[in-house]
Design a protein around this ligand. Structure first.
Ligand code: SF4
Ligand code: SF4
Length: 226
């Protein structure tokens, strides 16, 4: 989800790549679960997040959306996010002891936190969100170690492809203002069905298999939504 704030307000002023060291390591959180609560619908999931959740939990996208996930409008499109629940507005995957029940296959936004992504010129860099993590005295860690994702370069490429595809689709939907939103509806439905609801054949740990299927779907979506 895009935020309308300046980088200076929310970061330490640096942009980071995979091989840079950044003060993001909160030492395993040690009983803190502050950033897993009260996040509204801001933990928006990309297709890889949902692929991992469906495969590891053995549930369909529809089952997840009627449970721990919800659908909502994000940047003009309808996308899934994690549902917050209860009085404390806790993430649906947080257990009573404040631990993440899906830690091994948690979503990308959770993996990189307190880092964020800054998109420009067809690519993106990581940045450190200085007001988000409550832990003081965080230590330095290499970005690619922190994001804890196999094939980090391939992953970054995937993130870029997905982000800029969504931007294209948003622009296309915005251009539809005079047509009763028919184009926007079609795009929203196509994106949800094609990238989230249609199961991927790859096994849960097969990232390359997922990326290949995703790339094929991306190409087909661009042709279908031209
Ligand atoms: S998925 Fe896990 S890490 Fe992410 S917000 Fe929920 S409990 Fe926290
Ligand atoms: S606020 Fe920081 S220390 Fe607390 S759970 Fe989130 S990342 Fe961990």
């Amino acid at each position: 989800m895009r935020r309308q704030v300046s980088l200076e307000e929310i970061s330490d002023g640096h942009l980071y790549g995979l091989n840079d060291m950044v003060k993001a390591d909160c030492g395993g959180c040690r009983g803190c679960s502050a950033c897993c609560r009260g996040m509204g619908s801001s933990i928006v999931l990309d297709p890889l997040d949902v692929f991992r959740l469906t495969k590891n939990l053995g549930k369909t996208f529809e089952e997840l959306v009627s449970g721990p996930l919800e659908l909502g409008v994000a940047d003009g499109l309808i996308l899934p996010s994690i549902r917050m629940k209860g009085q404390g507005e806790a993430c649906s995957f947080l257990d009573n002891d404040g631990r993440c029940q899906v830690h091994a296959f948690r979503p990308g936004i959770c993996r990189i936190f307190p880092l964020g992504r800054y998109y420009e010129n067809g690519g993106f860099s990581y940045f450190l969100q200085i007001h988000e993590c409550r832990k003081e005295n965080r230590t330095k860690v290499k970005v690619k170690k922190w994001i804890d994702t196999p094939e980090p370069k391939r992953y970054d490429q995937y993130i870029c492809n997905w982000h800029y595809f969504l931007e294209e689709m948003e622009a296309k939907a915005d251009g539809d203002a005079g047509q009763d939103g028919a184009v926007r509806k079609r795009i929203c439905m196509d994106v949800l069905t094609r990238f989230y609801a249609s199961p991927y054949e790859a096994e849960g740990e097969d990232m390359e298999g997922f990326f290949q299927e995703f790339d094929e779907r991306l190409k087909a979506a661009r042709e279908a939504l031209r």
